[in-house]
Ligand binder design. Structure first.
Ligand SMILES: [Zn+2]
Length: 129
């Protein structure tokens, strides 16, 4: 039976760095993400919010050579903007992906202070309470 392990599946807790780290690890994660598949949560209106306020719809994605890891839509964002917070063990798992690295797009990186992924409406909703 396949064992699904979490990999960068949780929102980060500390502040994001100003600039994303785009190196071999981020590029491998991007490749794994693009090869992955969404398992559930499609159409869900529940949001997962990162410490930097970037929010994504809650959903689980299976990635890895044998889809052995589950992750969230924040995985590329986390490895690029929250590198300090990711354990060496998790970085090692990403390093071991047998994929050719691919450059992440802006929508995949989810820059903390802009873009549709910052979901300004979500903050407005919070403020109107
Ligand atoms: Zn973040």
């Amino acid at each position: 039976m396949r064992e699904e392990k979490p990999l960068l599946a949780r929102p980060m807790k500390k502040l994001a760095s100003d600039l994303p780290v785009i190196d071999e690890l981020t590029r491998k994660m991007t490749a794994a993400w693009r090869k992955g598949s969404q398992q559930n949560g499609q159409g869900s209106c529940t949001l997962m919010t990162c410490s930097c306020k970037v929010a994504v719809p809650w959903a689980m994605f299976l990635i890895g050579e044998h889809a052995e890891f589950y992750t969230s839509a924040l995985c590329i964002h986390s490895i690029a903007y929250h590198r300090d917070e990711i354990s060496q063990k998790d970085l090692e798992k990403v390093r071991n992906f047998p994929f050719e690295g691919e450059d992440p797009r802006e929508g995949e990186l989810k820059k903390p202070d802009g873009g549709p992924w910052a979901l300004g409406w979500f903050r407005r909703k919070e403020n109107s309470k």
